[in-house]
Design a protein around this ligand. Structure first.
Ligand code: TEU
Ligand code: CA
Length: 558
């Protein structure tokens, strides 16, 4: 196996709007990131992925790009970016940018020209269709963010396709000029010296040109898998992108793998395929979603999570690599979703990173999770910023499927703003994120949960992250070990070992708020050293180890 730097490297994802404001306008920016590089380095991460920093009208906070080669003025200037890149490299930190190749903003010059007339040389940069005979949209496709995936353009009397909001028209990848246009953008940034791309919804680039109606009863997740993602030419495009761009640089590609499954992942990341270096899968993040993000909310079940991880470990044994994450800017906070953010805040936050740091695959950490930032409670739709949540709310007002209170509660549980509240640096005003009221409110728990306090506390979540990431750096078995599971059907405890050469570690994770005795046979293993434990309490004997609520332990055994 090829041990590339990006496999063992840990990615720290920054949502720039919410990370650090350097000029007191309430919006995070590039200089803010640069000022925190020493902090980031101190976490023992290796790679920084920054969500989009390009010029954008911000209908979807930067995922609607109007100029791929210009910096969003709110975030700073190109020289601020050059400085950030240089300062990061001096600290041996890699920088990965967020490429959005599936769609542009409707304010991108390509789309503005495409809209001017049916004969515009840019018309074919996007996907246009005549209305259906009744004047409605060409088919029944739905946008990821609610409503039809088609919007009518009055002046040219055709519909254009947008799998996200109507402000994000989908590019037509059938057109070689579009592909070359995106490759140019990629070369621009790679020539500056960046270390790779996270590629937004890269699985959606190739469309099924029959544009047939979809059976809505199969549920939204299956619709994505079957109809929106994995289109007929996707592998041709990704291979071309590799040949024409990526292979000429020492940089990696991490494809956001919405709709990619354990059955077809190897087609994207198999080493012989020369397409993507890894895919960032959604199975854990969307483990409870079948129909829609808000509708299907149920408590997660550890058995499901185990099945998902086991399956992805298998994908990697076939060759190919994945990225793992429990949280990002699109989902609720991981300690609120998978842990217990009230009674066992610290313990569960530490247990969850123990799980993630010991799975094969490139680990992605999202800003604020290293201090256990939690979901926020918003009391009114006016306080909600996220366009996905707002669309859901207003669509529901019309359909009356749920009451207004229910809809708001669903948004509070699952909405994307949970992950986008400003980073909590200290207990001063606005959590030290800014000197003025930020663009999105600060979580009121910042006086208790913040970086400054956790740096000072040797038992904080933050210091645990530092320790476990240092262990991951030191022991290759964390990243590359052969995975073996015990007590597969245990609903509360997750136990597995990992082996690489002479080294073997055993990982015990308690996912419940009860004490649980583990049934693991140490057998012939004579020596066991404690590598890390999220409780002070250390067991005296290896017989009948009893795990405390949310306890996690790693032993080195031989
Ligand atoms: O997200 C793609 C995506 O699939 C998500 O929409 C996800 O399914 C959803 O948020 C789950 O609730 C990417 C970006 O990460 C997201 O921020 C963008 O809004 C989206 O693409 C469009 O660019
Ligand atoms: Ca600012």
């Amino acid at each position: 196996m090829n041990l590339n730097w990006f496999k063992k490297g840990v990615v720290y994802q920054i949502y720039p709007r919410s990370f650090k404001d350097s000029n007191a306008d309430g919006i995070g920016d590039l200089k803010g990131i640069t000022s925190k590089l020493d902090y980031i380095k101190s976490l023992n991460v290796d790679i920084i992925w920054i969500s989009p920093i390009f010029k954008s009208p911000n209908k979807d906070n930067g995922y609607d790009v109007s100029d791929y080669c210009a910096i969003m003025p709110e975030f700073g200037t190109m020289s601020d970016f050059d400085e950030l890149l240089n300062e990061a490299h001096q600290r041996d930190l890699k920088i990965v940018l967020d490429l959005v190749p599936n769609h542009t903003s409707d304010k991108h010059s390509w789309f503005k020209k495409a809209k001017q007339s049916k004969n515009s040389p840019y018309r074919d940069f996007y996907i246009w269709k005549k209305p259906s005979p009744d004047g409605g949209p060409p088919n029944n496709w739905k946008s990821f963010f609610g409503g039809s995936a088609w919007t009518f353009d009055d002046s040219t009397e055709e519909y254009y396709l947008h799998l996200f909001t109507k402000y994000q028209p989908d590019l037509n990848w059938e057109n070689p000029k579009v592909r070359e246009g995106i490759y140019e953008v990629m070369r621009f940034w790679l020539d500056k010296g960046i270390d790779g791309f996270r590629m937004d919804v890269v699985s959606l680039l190739s469309k099924d040109l029959s544009f047939e109606n979809i059976d809505p009863n199969i549920g939204f997740r299956k619709i994505i898998e079957k109809h929106y993602a994995n289109g007929p030419k996707i592998h041709q495009y990704l291979h071309e992108m590799h040949e024409k761009v990526m292979k000429h640089y020492d940089a990696f590609s991490m494809g956001e793998g919405v709709g990619i499954t354990q059955d077809n992942a190897h087609l994207y990341v198999g080493e012989d395929r020369k397409e993507l270096d890894m895919i960032y899968h959604f199975d854990i993040l969307e483990n409870n979603i079948i129909n829609g993000k808000y509708e299907d909310i149920s408590e997660f079940e550890l058995i499901n999570i185990k099945n998902i991880f086991r399956g992805w470990q298998k994908v990697m044994t076939k060759g190919g690599w994945i990225a793992n994450a429990l949280g990002n800017h699109d989902f609720a906070r991981l300690v609120s979703r998978f842990g217990n953010d009230k009674k066992y805040h610290k313990e569960s936050a530490k247990m969850l990173i123990t799980l993630m740091a010991t799975q094969n695959g490139t680990l992605n950490i999202y800003q604020g999770d290293e201090i256990g930032m939690t979901n926020i409670q918003l009391d009114n739709i006016e306080e909600v910023n996220d366009i996905q949540s707002r669309n859901f709310y207003y669509e529901n007002l019309e359909s009356q499927k749920f009451s207004e209170e229910e809809a708001l509660e669903m948004i509070n549980n699952e909405g994307r703003d949970n992950a986008r509240t400003p980073m909590q640096w200290n207990k001063e005003d606005y959590a030290g994120f800014s000197e003025i009221q930020p663009w999105l409110q600060v979580n009121p728990n910042f006086e208790k949960i913040n970086v400054e306090q956790q740096i000072a506390d040797s038992e904080s979540v933050l210091n645990y992250y530092r320790s476990i990431l240092a262990l991951k750096k030191e022991h290759n078995v964390f990243t590359y070990g052969k995975f073996e599971e015990f007590e597969k059907n245990n609903k509360n405890i997750y136990t597995y070992s990992k082996t690489l050469g002479y080294q073997k570690i055993v990982v015990f994770l308690n996912f419940s708020e009860f004490e649980n005795v583990i049934d693991y046979e140490f057998g012939n293993e004579k020596n066991y050293d404690l590598l890390i434990n999220n409780y002070k309490f250390v067991t005296k004997t290896l017989e009948n180890i009893c795990l405390k609520p949310y306890q996690s332990i790693i032993f080195n055994v031989n």
